[in-house]
Design a protein around this ligand. Sequence first.
Ligand SMILES: *[C@@H]1O[C@H](CO)[C@@H](O)[C@H](O)[C@H]1NC(C)=O
Ligand SMILES: *[C@@H]1O[C@H](CO)[C@@H](O)[C@H](O)[C@H]1NC(C)=O
Ligand SMILES: *[C@@H]1O[C@H](CO)[C@@H](O)[C@H](O)[C@H]1NC(C)=O
Ligand SMILES: *[C@@H]1O[C@H](CO)[C@@H](O)[C@H](O)[C@H]1NC(C)=O
Ligand SMILES: *[C@@H]1O[C@H](CO)[C@@H](O)[C@H](O)[C@H]1NC(C)=O
Ligand SMILES: *[C@@H]1O[C@H](CO)[C@@H](O)[C@H](O)[C@H]1NC(C)=O
Length: 396
Amino acid sequence: MLFLASSLLPQAVFWSVAAAHILSREDARIPDYVNTYAPLVYLDQNELYLPSDIQSQLNNTYAALNYTAITNGPSPLLLSNLDQLDAIGHCNVNDFDSCPIYLTSKDDVTKSPPWLYGVLPDPTTHETIKARSCAIIVNDHGGGVVDAFYMYFYAFNLGNVVLGQTLGNHVGDWEHTMVRFKDGKPVSMWYSQHDNGQAFTYEALSKNGTRPIVYSAIGTHANYAVPGTHSRSIASVVINDTTSAGPLWDPTLSAYYYTYTPTSSTNGTFTGSDVSTPVSWLSFLGRWGDERYPDSDPRQTNFLGVTWRYESGPTGPLDKDLNRTDVCPRNGNVCSTSTALPAASGPSIPVTVSRSIKATETSKSSTAHATSTGGAMPLKVELGTAGMVAIAAVML
Ligand SMILES: *[C@@H]1O[C@H](CO)[C@@H](O)[C@H](O)[C@H]1NC(C)=O
Ligand SMILES: *[C@@H]1O[C@H](CO)[C@@H](O)[C@H](O)[C@H]1NC(C)=O
Ligand SMILES: *[C@@H]1O[C@H](CO)[C@@H](O)[C@H](O)[C@H]1NC(C)=O
Ligand SMILES: *[C@@H]1O[C@H](CO)[C@@H](O)[C@H](O)[C@H]1NC(C)=O
Ligand SMILES: *[C@@H]1O[C@H](CO)[C@@H](O)[C@H](O)[C@H]1NC(C)=O
Ligand SMILES: *[C@@H]1O[C@H](CO)[C@@H](O)[C@H](O)[C@H]1NC(C)=O
């Protein structure tokens, strides 16, 4: 599709205005460069929790308030009616934490229902076939600055191993990268990682042709620019993410496309790229997975009241700061855009993965199915409560 930035020549402004009259309100204009420079994602070679169809999450969950199914909500839950839940939950767009609605699994997720595992991208085309697993959201700031958000959806997040314990699992997982363009040229890119992330200049990135490479960490799906081990240290405890050039996923082949027009710092209007693109779900202010299981639930392990084996599901794309000043979200951290990649600690040569396209519930992986064996006491001894609070903050 043709896109003409309003900052270009006067003629361009004319055509842009003319086009607005021809296209219907639903036809968002997506610039070609949003696909030309779209990231390509390497999933980890041992990843079990693959990208997943966004509607499929709705089919396999019910809306719950305080662990109780909502009976007066839309039925079935659809990407085209999901924001009707906001009124029932009395959600406040200025505070996502105030929206108490959780899309809650119909199945016991500890019993490995197949939908939790998503879809392995086709090894030839790299598409998650029949699974719309990505939303691409374009925000034209004016002045030639355009941000393209690539929102990646996974049905399940397997938490990191912390001192031998898998902590912070949750149903539903929204991750993203964002490319900032100036006058149609990619300038910089953001990689989401837990409660923060990393920014690089486009020039610094590894690429496949024009397209930046993303490595999605096993289980947590945090996004990195290089393969290998990514350690973060909290209260002297090392937590590692692992990335490798496993199955290649081209998210553009199974994406919905939107433009976004902010109406405030936390809200805005989404317009789909065509009339068949569902829009309602982007204004749903609740959570895309189960509420943290109560301590009385046998599936749950409470680590000193600061972090849990099963945490609550995440909020959606609207909560990713879609109208940013800089390439980083405004989250209180300094935004520094690196001009060089960190050293890679793993091979960037693609790994041949031989397995069936459909991940099954019987898949076995010692990494992915790491289980909680110990109790909470060793953690307390090594960390103290301050350390545990720090860990809880970065487990998302
Ligand atoms: C979800 O359910 C609807 C009907 O409610 C059905 O049309 C659709 O195919 C289902 N989608 C998936 C991905 O299972
Ligand atoms: C949630 O349900 C529990 C038990 O049914 C009840 O004690 C509690 O008050 C409820 N909380 C809210 C916020 O409605
Ligand atoms: C580059 O991307 C194409 C898909 O766009 C893929 O077929 C090819 O294998 C990729 N190259 C490498 C080295 O990963
Ligand atoms: C994390 O990675 C570092 C560096 O590769 C390694 O020395 C350490 O043993 C790893 N720790 C865990 C808990 O996996
Ligand atoms: C969106 O961000 C721009 C800066 O790029 C700012 O000037 C504008 O006021 C913001 N819009 C809203 C509605 O917050
Ligand atoms: C957020 O914006 C959408 C689209 O403009 C609007 O329909 C919705 O009412 C707004 N939500 C709130 C809580 O203000």
